[in-house]
Design a protein around this ligand. Sequence first.
Ligand SMILES: [Zn+2]
Ligand SMILES: [Zn+2]
Length: 133
Amino acid sequence: MSQFKGSCTCGAIRYELQTEPRLSFLCQCRQCQRITGTGHSAEFVASEKDTDISGELKFYELTADSGNTVTSGFCPTCGNPVLKKSSGYPGMLFFHAATLDNPTVFQPQTVFWGVSHQPWDYVNPDLELKQRT
Ligand SMILES: [Zn+2]
Ligand SMILES: [Zn+2]
């Protein structure tokens, strides 16, 4: 059983990975700031085929700074953003880390889009910095 399982706030959406995440990161792009309502997102990545999801997400499409079409998946009952998809990474799911039952298992390696970071938002300076996702 994976440690990487979680849910939205109301519990209508549940997910569980069958593997370890391929990548764990923070992202300070403007779209992640809007979706999370704060300075950066915290996300881990798994392929759709390695993930079990129960419940029906609702999706909203937007264009990211990278030019990719990003689809934000959220719970229609409680509104909690749970995951994203990106046209640049077909078949992959980007989960919001704090939806984990135990968010402590999340260990980000990298920060993306530091170029649009907010002066009030601080991240671990030891993380590898990359400008694009
Ligand atoms: Zn919910
Ligand atoms: Zn982002």
